[in-house]
Design a protein. Structure first.
Length: 408
C-alpha cells in the first residue's frame, strides 16, 4: 500500500469516527435538556443505532457487494447524513427529531462496514496495515469530544442551559459533507458479487447458526447478547449523568474511555495469551460490574475519582469482551463460515442486544426520576452492575474452559 493511500484511508477513518463521536455521546444531554425527552424517548433515540445495525447488512449485501463501488456508496450515504444532521439541529421537539435520527442511523451504520471494505481492498498486509489506519478513527472520536469541551465549550453547564448542544449536529453535518465529497476521490473499490445470488440467510449470516450446536459457543452467544444490556446503559446515560452532576467538560471526560480502549487493546494479546479466553472474558464482564458500582458510589466532589476510573474501565469492558469474542468466533467458525459468524454476532449484539438494552435503560431511568431534570442515579447504575454480575456467573458456570489461539 502506497503511503499516499495510507494517508487517504487514515483521513477517511478519522472523519468517520469524528462524525460518530461528535454527537452520539452528548445526545442524551441534548434530548433531556433541549427537547425535554423522557428516559424512554432517549432510549428510542439511541436504539436507532440498533435499527441501523439490523438494516446495514441488507444495504451492504444487496447493494454494495453487487452493484456499486463501495467508495461511491460511502460518499452518497454521508452526503445524505449531512442533510439529516442539519435537520436534527433544527428540531425543537422529540416527535420531529426522531424520524431524522432514525433516518440518519440507517444511512450511517452501513458506512462502518464500507470504510473497512475500502481499506482492506487497498492493503496487501491487512493484519499489519489496518491497525495503523483504524487508530485514526479512535483519534477522531476523541478529538470530537475534546473540541466540544475545550474549543467550543458546548457542554459546559452554562452552554447546555442555553441550548448550545444543538451545534454538535451542525459540526457533524459539516464533517459528514466533507467526508461525503472526499469519499468520491478514494481508491476504487468495485463490487465483488455481481453474478452471485445473495439470499437473506447469506446477508444475516444464518448459516453460522450451526455453531450454536456447540455448547460453549451457545453460552458465549447468549452472554454476548445479555452483556449488551449493561453496555447500552453506558452509551445512553453517561452524558446526562455527568451533566446532572454538573461536571464541566463532560464530553472530554467521556473521551477517557476511548483513550483506555487504545491502551487496553495493546495489553489484550499479553492478557489473552497468559490467562486464556475464559478468564479474559470474565475479567471484561467483571469490569462492567465494577464500573457501574463506581458510578453509583461516586460524586463530583471528593469521590469524583470513582467516576473517572469507571469511565477509564471502558477499555477493559469493551476490548476484553467484544474483541476477545471476535477472536473466539473466528477460531470456532473456520474459513468457510467466518464472515457469516462475525456478521451474526454483530447483528445479534449491536442489533438485537443493544435494542433491548436501550429499551431497558430508558425504562429504568424513567422509574428513577425524582423530579424534573434529576434522577436517582445510584439506583440507575445499580441495575446494570447487578445484571453484569448475573451474566458473569452464568458464563463462569456454563462455559467450559478451552484453548483459543490469539491471532493478531
Amino acid at each position: 500500500m502506497e503511503r499516499s493511500t495510507q494517508y487517504e484511508l487514515s483521513l477517511m477513518m478519522f472523519l468517520e469516527f469524528f462524525i460518530w463521536g461528535g454527537w452520539f455521546v452528548t445526545l442524551g444531554s441534548f434530548l433531556g435538556n433541549d427537547l425535554g425527552a423522557t428516559g424512554s424517548e432517549t432510549g428510542m433515540a439511541y436504539s436507532t443505532q440498533s435499527w441501523g445495525a439490523i438494516i446495514a447488512p441488507f444495504v451492504i449485501g444487496l447493494i454494495a457487494d453487487r452493484f456499486f463501488n463501495a467508495e461511491k456508496i460511502l460518499g452518497a450515504l454521508h452526503l445524505a447524513g449531512a442533510f439529516l444532521m442539519y435537520r436534527m439541529s433544527e428540531s425543537t421537539e422529540f416527535a420531529v427529531f426522531y424520524p431524522y435520527v432514525l433516518g440518519y442511523m440507517i444511512v450511517y451504520m452501513p458506512t462502518l462496514a464500507l470504510v473497512n471494505s475500502v481499506s482492506f481492498n487497498q492493503m496487501d498486509d491487512p493484519a499489519k496495515q489496518f491497525p495503523r489506519v483504524r487508530v485514526f478513527g479512535t483519534m477522531g472520536w476523541i478529538l470530537a469530544g475534546l473540541a466540544i469541551s475545550f474549543v467550543f465549550k458546548w457542554d459546559s453547564i452554562e452552554s447546555i442551559r442555553h441550548g448550545m448542544l444543538s451545534n454538535t449536529f451542525i459540526m457533524v453535518a459539516v464533517a459528514s459533507a466533507l467526508l461525503g465529497v472526499f469519499s468520491f476521490t478514494l481508491p476504487k473499490t468495485p463490487p465483488k458479487g455481481k453474478v452471485e445470488k445473495v439470499g437473506i440467510s447469506d446477508i444475516l449470516g444464518l448459516e453460522a447458526l450451526e455453531l450454536l450446536k456447540d455448547r460453549n459457543f451457545l453460552v458465549f452467544f447468549v452472554s454476548s447478547v445479555l452483556i449488551c444490556i449493561p453496555l447500552a446503559f453506558y452509551y445512553q446515560n453517561i452524558s446526562p449523568f455527568l451533566t446532572e452532576y454538573k461536571v464541566e467538560n463532560s464530553t472530554a471526560w467521556a473521551s477517557v474511555g476511548q483513550l483506555s480502549e487504545v491502551a487496553f487493546m495493546l495489553l489484550l494479546p499479553f492478557f489473552f495469551k497468559k490467562y486464556g479466553f475464559k478468564r479474559t472474558i470474565l475479567f471484561g464482564m467483571l469490569a462492567w460490574a465494577i464500573r457501574y458500582g463506581l458510578f453509583a458510589l461516586g460524586n463530583r466532589g471528593d469521590l469524583f475519582f470513582m467516576l473517572v476510573i469507571g469511565i477509564a474501565l471502558h477499555g477493559i469492558c469493551y476490548d476484553f469482551f467484544f474483541v476477545s469474542g471476535q477472536i473466539y468466533t473466528d477460531s470456532k467458525a473456520g474459513d468457510k463460515i467466518k464472515n457469516a459468524a462475525q456478521g451474526l454476532i454483530t447483528l445479534t449484539t449491536y442489533g438485537v442486544g443493544m435494542l433491548v438494552g436501550f429499551w431497558v435503560a430508558g425504562n429504568i431511568v424513567d422509574r428513577n426520576l425524582l423530579k424534573t431534570g434529576e434522577h436517582g442515579w445510584q439506583a440507575v447504575w445499580t441495575f446494570p452492575a447487578l445484571f453484569a454480575i448475573g451474566v458473569f456467573v452464568f458464563f463462569a458456570i456454563f462455559f467450559k474452559n478451552e484453548k483459543v489461539v490469539y491471532k493478531a
